[in-house]
Design a protein around this ligand. Structure first.
Ligand code: SAH
Ligand code: SF4
Ligand code: F3S
Length: 475
């Protein structure tokens, strides 16, 4: 397959905007102000895609609501990463039969990663007749056309062709937050880790042009955005498919030199190609947060090989050691899978020792879930479920202890944090490393950076006191 990235032309996108106009006209003729509800499952990639779906819907005259009840359009943007995630979607999709009965004109769409699985689209076609349209991530840019076809033809639409994928610039976005924004820098994945469905449902790696990314970042910063999170399944592969000679570190450096007060985060890094250049770049620029999400998946080199991860325990530990040496304040998080097919008790112990050695600030922990069509789904898996659960519990207990210890060590320190929201009668803020801090303060502080002295900690978060709280209250 060619590794050249296909770009959706301006003309093709223009056609989609014409469909938005047609949908808006459809509702005007019916003298109705239509409402739309978008439900998002899964990772930040889906969050970012939902912002585009809302963008298209808004451009088509819809008001976005926060419930499926009474909505004229419901879009379920789904995740396929584990079986449990899919079961939740099927459960919630089933329940929509009732909301549709109460509002018969309701049009229901399923998109996202599950829509890229043939078994899912077939099941929907055959057994979920209340679903009006299914489109995979490759067809998101055609959503206005799909929506218009459903409305005007009254026929179910399935846009699920298996493709390598493309890039569409210029889709409108309705962003969730003003202060923090996702910026996708690339789509798809070429890694084919043996347990993972993502490359099958999101297609091949393709990078956006650096000029497009930089101009999006500039616009966001000018509009008051304080944190930009660059997204990709494996950001370290950025640029490999571009003609221009540029890699992820070069891109980071260019964004970090933009004017304004903001921080850059990114995810996800693959240990296979996260190396010294990346860590040196992170260390060099103050605008790059000293935070790294570096999934290790297993502490056993044998299991890593069976996972097709292209690094071993030693290489991973060496990368972490280097990163910590150039950024002593680095906040490190990771993903780990327990119970990969054939993982022995000894191999699981290696995962625990790796965690002890690295001491992550936080871990995202998963029990292996076989995904249809991936190599690991047909590997021998003799370990009973109960044993996997026991391993999982031990791992979580270990990580909780470590997170608690790391968080306790923050107490007494004063940290510059971005105040980003309100939670009950407290404000919430994030440290540069992305840790959550709750403190008492005035809602007017949201969107500002404040020095907060940490006064307490739990496994998951910190509590603090604004350093100049008294002075502020007097003034
Ligand atoms: N691209 C990212 C991760 C994407 S999925 C990366 O390579 O790190 C997020 C996490 O889900 C993975 O890191 C992995 O830990 C977990 N995961 C993926 N497939 C899984 C499966 N079949 N069973 C259990 N966990 C899985
Ligand atoms: Fe999945 Fe591996 Fe790609 Fe991550 S790098 S999305 S785990 S195949
Ligand atoms: Fe899920 Fe797709 Fe993300 S499978 S984790 S929503 S890339």
């Amino acid at each position: 397959m060619s590794n050249k990235t296909t770009v959706i032309s301006k003309e093709l996108l223009e056609q989609q905007f014409e469909y938005c106009d047609k949908v808006a006209a459809y509702w005007r003729e019916r003298e109705t102000a239509p409402k739309a509800y978008v439900e998002t499952y899964g990772c930040q990639q889906n969050e970012a895609d939902s912002e585009k779906i809302r963008g298209y819907l808004t451009q088509s005259g819809y008001t976005i609501t926060d419930t499926a009840e009474g909505a004229d359009v419901v879009v379920m943007n789904t995740c396929a990463i584990r079986e449990h995630a899919e079961q939740r979607v099927f459960g919630n999709l089933g329940a929509l039969v009732h909301t549709k009965r109460r509002h018969p004109g309701q049009k229901i769409f399923l998109c996202g990663c599950m829509a890229g699985e043939e078994i899912v689209s077939t099941r929907i076609k055959n057994s979920y007749h209340h679903v009006d349209g299914v489109f995979s991530t490759h067809h998101l840019w055609q959503f206005p056309e799909i929506l218009y076809n459903v409305l005007s033809k009254g026929k179910r639409q399935f846009y699920v062709a298996d493709e390598a994928g493309s890039i569409a610039e210029g889709i409108p976005q309705v962003r969730d937050h003003k202060l923090k924004s996702w910026v996708s820098i690339m789509y798809g994945c070429n890694n084919f880790c043996t347990y993972c469905i993502v490359p099958y449902v999101r297609g091949r790696e393709r990078s956006r042009q650096p000029e497009d990314i930089l101009s999006e970042c500039k616009t966001l910063i000018a509009a008051g955005c304080k944190e930009i999170t660059l997204l990709g399944q494996n950001v370290n592969s950025y640029g490999k498919d571009l003609e221009q000679k540029i890699d992820f570190s070069d891109l980071l450096a260019q964004i970090a030199q933009l004017e304004g007060e903001f921080l850059i985060r990114f995810m996800t890094s693959h240990p296979r190609d996260a190396g010294q250049k990346l860590f040196d770049t992170m260390a060099k620029y103050p605008k790059i947060a000293k935070q790294l999400h570096l999934p290790f998946q297993s502490g056993s080199s044998r299991v890593l090989k069976a996972m097709n991860r292209h690094y071993d325990r030693e290489k991973y530990l060496a990368a972490v050691a280097y990163a910590k040496s150039v950024m002593p304040e680095l906040v490190l998080t990771s993903d780990v899978i327990v119970g990969f097919p054939g993982e022995t008790a000894e191999e699981f112990e290696e995962t625990l020792t790796l965690i002890e050695q690295v001491r992550y600030d936080a871990l995202f922990t998963f029990i292996f879930s076989p995904r249809h069509g991936t190599p690991a789904a047909s590997m021998d898996d003799p370990t009973p479920k109960e044993e996997k659960n026991r391993r999982f519990d031990r791992l979580c207990a270990l990580q909780n202890r470590i997170s608690e210890e790391i968080h306790a060590a923050y107490v007494g320190k004063t940290m510059r944090c971005l105040v980003d929201g309100q939670d009950g009668d407290h404000l919430t803020a994030r440290t540069e490393g992305g840790r959550l801090v709750r403190f008492a303060g005035d809602g007017a502080l949201i969107g500002t950076y404040q020095n907060i002295t940490i006064t307490g900690s739990t496994t998951w978060s910190l509590t603090g006191k604004m350093q100049n709280a008294e002075c502020r209250m007097q003034s």
